[in-house]
Design a protein around this ligand. Structure first.
Ligand code: SF4
Length: 389
């Protein structure tokens, strides 16, 4: 129906997991933890009379606890970990490139959109060394939750149910990829979309207007402004660039709102100069636009140091699992502005300054791209034969 039609790769069976979620919440002894993607908090409120773009994360936290969720966490926390790894990879490739190493593979590509990853596996298998191998924030969150957090709490891996609240239909497919499971136990047990959570709240008669605001649980709840802009087009590469540039120069830069990377053109080439570093960055949202960009890269007509591709128009704020908007562009712009406002107001605006992220490296992961980080935070891509499921 409508949902499958909205799926950018037409490969997703939208299994509605609402009932499963409610069942798990009422099963004694089950420990249910949630994570929520950045884009959800600036859109879900639209179904309860809030203006698009208003950040209602604390109300969602309150509502999830009313439903019986044991620990309410945030995907954005893991977005900062994604950036730590991606920015370090980007830094290493750039430094080699600036030294004249001909073997270095550029552009580097951010890889948190599963619809996009599937698209490159199917249609550009010769370019599979372009995406960063870092897992998406959703998958990093779930790995850390099950392999580190659960142990600390004294739970076995299979005692925890990790539920991801996502703006996205393709995330359901990503969660079910074999490489993200241990036997039958998937890192992300299942995904519920923003629209499914709206339906659950309506059916359980929880009115967000009346719900008390509550904080996320910690330590998987604190995030930076860089993590939050993941939800809009251009945001992931902006977040990565904030860290990469400071890692290369060793200096703190004042203006970290890179206007050159912002905007709404479906495919844009952006030139960014910071100090003595000049970068050319490609950004596309929508797979048709992505195709144009990849063809230009493949033919040598264009060169970029890094690219960001999101399958949905506007990025995840426009995901197939989000509330449908009548004035689409206006709503997308408000949601994007909502994320930018959170960024501006955040205590930390760079992923590499998120204290909880630094703490987890210190305690468990050593440093970005370490052996342990590779084991837990990275993945592989596979050329795929096109199938019509
Ligand atoms: Fe999902 Fe769309 Fe975001 Fe890609 S851009 S992760 S398909 S919501």
């Amino acid at each position: 129906g409508q949902c499958v039609a909205a799926c950018p790769v037409n490969a997703i069976n939208e299994g509605d997991n609402s009932l499963k979620f409610l069942r798990d919440l009422s099963t004694p002894g089950k420990v249910v933890i949630t994570q929520m993607a950045p884009a959800v908090r600036v859109a879900l409120g639209e179904a309860f009379g809030f203006e698009a773009g208003v950040n209602i994360e604390k109300k969602i936290n309150g509502a999830l606890r009313m439903l019986g969720v044991d620990f309410v966490f945030d995907t954005t926390w893991a977005a900062d970990l994604t950036i730590m790894e991606e920015a370090t990879e980007f830094q290493q490739r750039l430094e080699a490139f600036f030294k004249g190493d001909d073997n270095v593979r550029l552009p580097i590509l951010t890889s948190c959109c599963p619809a996009w990853v599937k698209f490159i596996e199917q249609s550009y298998p010769d370019m599979l060394d372009v995406p960063s191998t870092v897992k998406s924030p959703m998958q990093i969150f779930s790995t850390i939750a099950k392999d580190i957090w659960a142990k600390e709490k004294g739970y076995k891996r299979d005692e925890i149910t990790t539920v991801a609240i996502m703006p996205c239909l393709a995330k359901k497919y990503e969660a079910s990829r074999d490489e993200f499971s241990r036997g039958d136990n998937y890192d992300t047990d299942y995904v519920i979309t923003t629209r499914e959570l709206i339906k659950i709240l309506k059916e359980t008669e929880i009115d967000l207007n009346a719900v008390e605001e509550e904080e996320f649980d910690n330590p998987l709840g604190e995030y930076s402004g860089a993590g939050i802009i993941f939800g809009r087009t251009g945001g992931v590469i902006e977040a990565a660039t904030r860290s990469t540039i400071e890692m290369i120069t060793g200096e703190r830069i004042d203006n970290i709102e890179f206007e050159a990377l912002r905007g709404w053109d479906g495919f844009r080439s952006c030139d960014l100069t910071i100090g003595h570093i000049e970068l050319r960055i490609g950004i596309a949202h929508g797979l048709e636009e992505a195709k144009k960009m990849l063809d230009k890269i493949r033919s040598g007509e264009e060169f970029y140091h890094a690219i960001e591709i999101m399958a949905c128009k506007g990025g995840c704020i426009g995901g197939g699992g989000q509330p449908k908007a009548i004035k689409k562009q206006e709503t997308l712009e408000k949601r994007a502005q909502g994320l930018n406002n959170i960024d501006v107001a955040s205590e930390y605006r760079r992923s590499h300054e998120n204290p909880q992220v630094l703490a987890i490296y210190e305690k468990y992961l050593d440093y970005p791209l370490s052996r342990k980080a590779h084991e837990l935070l990275h993945t592989k891509y596979f050329p795929k034969i096109k199938t019509h499921r």
